[in-house]
Design a protein around this ligand. Structure first.
Ligand code: ZN
Length: 229
């Protein structure tokens, strides 16, 4: 029986990965993190989605990573989240250094304890900010490190690695969960569920991808113009 663990934030990408995992593995568990994020309601969203999908879920507290980087706007509510990059800094203020390093490492240790060696994460290179810990090279390197660290054979899966947002919406539709992803997940940097605030960088990227996807989708598609309650 195949078993997998999904690193779940409650956003568009990781939730799409949750349903991808349900299609490809016999048993799926999910793990979420409190890391001092601004919008902790994403954790509650992750819990609810798992409960509805019948997926065992747990949440771990690793909020020390926000203390390590007080100048990150995603974990420091006193900073402007939509500000441009700071001078001399190649990444936006929303970059949380080490986030995926800790998420995936903790997830692998947790997975091993459950006899799971397939770990799924929603990171992708098409991410608009080009965060270094979303890149394929980092994931492959970490996979090797985890194997060496625990003398195991983990497989880190990144179904979205080479997909842009339009293709990620297409995948959600293919998995039959476009409405769930659209109306129930939280990607907005301002903490608004579903279509979000509309103007933060994350909402813009998500909306542009959705619009492009809907434009090229036939009008008889189940996804067109439908609203969920
Ligand atoms: Zn937003």
């Amino acid at each position: 029986m195949s078993k997998s663990l999904v690193v779940l934030s409650g956003g568009q990408d990781s939730t799409t990965c949750l349903y991808w995992a349900l299609k490809h593995f016999d048993e799926v568990r999910a793990l979420s993190f409190r890391y001092g994020q601004r919008h902790v309601k994403e954790v509650e969203i992750a819990r609810q989605l798992c409960e509805e999908a019948g997926v065992p879920w747990e949440c771990m507290d690793i909020s020390f990573i926000s203390q390590l980087s007080p100048s990150c706007s995603l974990t420091n509510p006193s900073l402007d989240i939509e500000a441009e990059k700071r001078e001399g800094d190649p990444y936006p203020t929303t970059f949380v250094p080490g986030r995926n390093l800790f998420f995936i490492s903790v997830a692998a240790i947790y997975a091993r304890n459950h006899g799971i060696y397939d770990v799924i994460t929603g990171v992708g290179q098409a991410d608009f900010s080009g965060y270094p810990d979303c890149r394929d090279g980092f994931i492959k390197s970490l996979n090797t490190t985890l194997n060496l660290a625990m003398d195991e054979q983990f497989r880190l899966h990144t179904p979205l690695m080479w997909l842009d947002k339009q293709q990620t919406w297409a995948l959600a539709d293919e998995l039959g969960v476009l409405d769930t992803i659209r109306y129930r997940t939280l990607t907005c940097y301002n903490g608004i569920v579903g279509d979000g605030c509309g103007h933060c960088p994350s909402c813009k990227l998500r909306r542009e991808g959705l619009e492009k996807y809907l434009e090229q989708t036939p009008s008889n598609s189940p996804s067109m113009g439908r609203k969920t309650p």
